[in-house]
Design a protein around this ligand. Structure first.
Ligand SMILES: Cc1ncc(COP(=O)(O)O)c(C=O)c1O
Length: 460
C-alpha cells in the first residue's frame, strides 16, 4: 500500500464531518488545524473559501481530502497518497472506479448526444434502459420514470402514490407510514418520511409534513401495533415506504426478510401502496439484485438510484407496477403524472447505466457479494471482543461496527487515512460499503485497518 506523504498529509486532512448532524458533538470538535493550509493544493486553497460542504460544520472541520483521480477501488490524493475506498462513493461505485466498459459507453454517447430534454422526446439509451430495468425488477414493476437523484425519485414515488388514489376518486389519502431509523433523502417530502427524531431532519420539525413513523415490525408486538396503526388510519394513508432489509444513513439497521414480507402483507390487507426505496440496497448490495427479492416481495413502487449508473453520473428511477400506472391512464389530462426534472433520463447517464447492467450480466457480481459477505463476517469478528463495540453486523457487501459512543470523529477518520483506507464513520458507526469488485486482499486491508484502529483508538 502506498502511504507516501501521509504524515504531512494527516496533519492537514482529518476528513469531513458526519452525515447526520445531530450525531456530531460540536463541543468536542476537532482541534486539527483549521482549513487554511498553505500546503493544500492551490485549487483547494482558492476554492475552499467559496465552497459549502455537505453535512459539515465548516467552522470546525478540517480540510476535506483533495482527491485528484480514481481507479478501481482507489482514491488518489493530491500529494500522491493512495487510499482503498471502503465507501464506494456513498454506495455508488459498484464496479469500482473507471471501469473501461462504462467509460467506453460514455465516450461513445458523449460524442453522439450528451443531453437532450425528455419532454416530448425519446432516445435510445433511456428506452433501452427502461426496458432492461422493467425486465430486471421484481414482478410487474414495468413502468420507469427517470429523475436525476435518489431524493427526487422518492419525491416522485410519494407524489405517484398520492395521485394514484386521487385519480381513482379516493380523497384524503395523503399520509405515509415510514419506519424508525429510515432515511429517504434530503428534499422536503423525503425528509418527512425519514425518522422524525433520530435524524438530521429533526431540525425541521414544524416545517415538514407530519407522517406516521413506526418500528420495523420485527417482533409480534411491533407487528400488532403496526397493524393497529394501519387499521385505524387506513383512510388517510396513501402508502408505506421502507428501505428493504438495510436501512442506511438513518443508522445502518438491518431487518429480516420476514419483517419485510409482513409489511407487504399488511399493505395488501389494508389496500395500501408499498414503496420500496432500493436506492442504497439496489444492484447487488445486499446479495440479490434488489433486496426485496430476498423476501419475495414485489412493491407497488420501487425507487433506484446510486449504483444505477455505477456511480458515474446522477440518475435515479421510480418504477411502478402496471396496476399503479393504470391509475394514470385516462382521457382526463389532469390524471397525468405532473413531474419532469430538466435532466431526467440524461442520455449520458443512461448509457452508463446500460453499461453497468451489461457488467452485471457478464461479470459475477452477486457471487462477489457472497465472497465479500463471508470475508466481512470473518474479518470484522475480532471487533466483537473490543470493549467499546456494541455490535458487528454484516449484510451482503455492507459491514457495520457499531460502538458505544463516537467522539472526535475527524481524528478517527484521519486514523483510517493513516492506514491507507477511506472510511467515513458517522453517528455511532464505522461502516463499509466497498466496491463489489474489491479483491480479497484489499478487503482484508480494509478490515484489518478497522480492527486495528478500533482496538487502539484512545478517544473512546
Ligand atoms: C435509501 C436512500 N434513499 C434516498 C437517498 C437519496 O438519494 P440522493 O442522495 O441521490 O438524493 C439515499 C441517499 O443516501 C438513500 O440511501
Amino acid at each position: 500500500m502506498n502511504h507516501s506523504g501521509e504524515d504531512n498529509f494527516n496533519t492537514r486532512y482529518g476528513g469531513t464531518t458526519g452525515e447526520i448532524a445531530v450525531f456530531t458533538d460540536s463541543s468536542r470538535a476537532s482541534n486539527l488545524q483549521p482549513p487554511q493550509d498553505q500546503d493544500a493544493p492551490h485549487w483547494q486553497q482558492l476554492g475552499y473559501q467559496h465552497i459549502w460542504m455537505p453535512y459539515c460544520q465548516m467552522q470546525t472541520s478540517p480540510l476535506p481530502l483533495p482527491v485528484v483521480a480514481t481507479d478501481e477501488v482507489y482514491l488518489f490524493l493530491a500529494d500522491g497518497t493512495r487510499l482503498i475506498d471502503g465507501m464506494a462513493s456513498w454506495w455508488t461505485a459498484c464496479h469500482g472506479y473507471n471501469h473501461p466498459h462504462i467509460l467506453d459507453a460514455m465516450r461513445d454517447q458523449l460524442t453522439k448526444m450528451p443531453h437532450v430534454m425528455f419532454g416530448g422526446i425519446n432516445h435510445e439509451p433511456a428506452l433501452t434502459l427502461a426496458a432492461r430495468l422493467a425486465d430486471l425488477a421484481p414482478g410487474n414493476l414495468n413502468r420507469v420514470f427517470f429523475s436525476d437523484s435518489g431524493s427526487v425519485a422518492v419525491e416522485v414515488a410519494l407524489k405517484m402514490a398520492v395521485q394514484f388514489w386521487r385519480n381513482r376518486g379516493v380523497e384524503g389519502r395523503h399520509k405515509f407510514v415510514a419506519f424508525q431509523h429510515a432515511y429517504h433523502g434530503d428534499t422536503t417530502g423525503c425528509m418527512s418520511v425519514c425518522d422524525p427524531v433520530n435524524s438530521m431532519h429533526s431540525h425541521f420539525k414544524g416545517f415538514l409534513l407530519e407522517q406516521y413513523s413506526h418500528a420495523v415490525p420485527e417482533t409480534a408486538n411491533q407487528l400488532k401495533q403496526l397493524e393497529s396503526l394501519l387499521a385505524a388510519k387506513q383512510s388517510e394513508i396513501a402508502g408505506v415506504i421502507v428501505e428493504p432489509l438495510v436501512q442506511g444513513a438513518g443508522g445502518m439497521k438491518f431487518h429480516s426478510a420476514t419483517a419485510l414480507a409482513d409489511i407487504r402483507r399488511l399493505c395488501d390487507k389494508f389496500n395500501l401502496l408499498l414503496i420500496a426505496d432500493e436506492i442504497a440496497t439496489g444492484f447487488g448490495r445486499t446479495g440479490s439484485m434488489f433486496a426485496c427479492e430476498q423476501a419475495d416481495v414485489v412493491p407497488d413502487i420501487m425507487c433506484v438510484g446510486k449504483s444505477l449508473t455505477a456511480g458515474v453520473l446522477g440518475l435515479a428511477a421510480t418504477i411502478a407496477t402496471d396496476h399503479v400506472f393504470a391509475a394514470f391512464q385516462s382521457d382526463d389530462p389532469t390524471h397525468a403524472l405532473m413531474h419532469g426534472p430538466t435532466f431526467m433520463a440524461n442520455p449520458l447517464a443512461c448509457a452508463a447505466a446500460n453499461a453497468s447492467l451489461d457488467l452485471f450480466e457478464s461479470e459475477p457480481r452477486l457471487e462477489q457479494v457472497r465472497v465479500i459477505e463471508d470475508a466481512l463476517q470473518n474479518q470484522l469478528e475480532p471487533c466483537r471482543t473490543i470493549d467499546q463495540v456494541v455490535d458487528v453486523r454484516v449484510k451482503g457487501a455492507v459491514g457495520v461496527v457499531q460502538v458505544r459512543d463516537l467522539h472526535h470523529i475527524e481524528e478517527l477518520r484521519a486514523s483510517f487515512v493513516r492506514e491507507g483506507v477511506w472510511l467515513r464513520p458517522f453517528g455511532d458507526m464505522i461502516y463499509l460499503t466497498p466496491p463489489l469488485t474489491i479483491s480479497p486482499e484489499q478487503l482484508t486491508d480494509l478490515c484489518d485497518a478497522i480492527v486495528r484502529v478500533v482496538r487502539t483508538w484512545s478517544n473512546w
